[in-house]
Ligand binder design. Sequence first.
Ligand SMILES: [Zn+2]
Length: 240
Amino acid sequence: MELADELVKLHTLQKIDAQMYQREQALKALNTGEALKAEAIALLKRADIAKAAWQKAAAALKDRELELKGVEAKRAAVHDKLYGGRVTNPKELGDLQKDEEMIDHQIGVLEEQVLELMDAAEAARQVEDDLANKVSDAKHKWKHTVEHTAAETARLQKELAVLRPQRAAAAAVVDKGLLRRYDDIRSRREGYGLAITDNDTCTQCHMKLNPLLIDQLRIGEELTFCDSCGRILARSRAQA
Ligand SMILES: [Zn+2]
């Protein structure tokens, strides 16, 4: 085999391998949406709890409002009796007056409680609202991510399906022994088994090559490996 020719074929192969590697890495890096799903579920649980809290607060408010209405009705009845002219007994009138004062106090307390419960119900509603919005956002993000990942997976798989036979054809013409070594290095070195030199530097690991290696490359009689990253070295055509 003529080494220089073999290296040219290997370089052609590596260009295809680089495209495949880039797509394989992109596939691995795609977001599955699992974390977003978990986030949406956690928010949904919190939203359910917040909704229950709001409903409880709203029910408590309604109960107290009904209680207030009842006491107000009672007050109106006492008031009518007191000023309606039918009761004339001073003792009875005095008792009615005391009743009215007591009821007024009760109404004051209840009104204050109603206001507090209104605030509490409004705050609970706000919390529930915020969480419902967050749930909606999280679901949307999750759905979008899953859709994006599915589309990207399909696109990358399609491109890989085109590259695979190209790779097979390019690999078929490379010397078998050289191909094995190249594939072995490639599997350990981020998809790249071959490195082109540029200004006596390995373009893959960017280390300066030692002068012995540079001489060996220039002579071009034996396979040369980068002493830093271990990749097969080839001189660029411009240097050849
Ligand atoms: Zn290197």
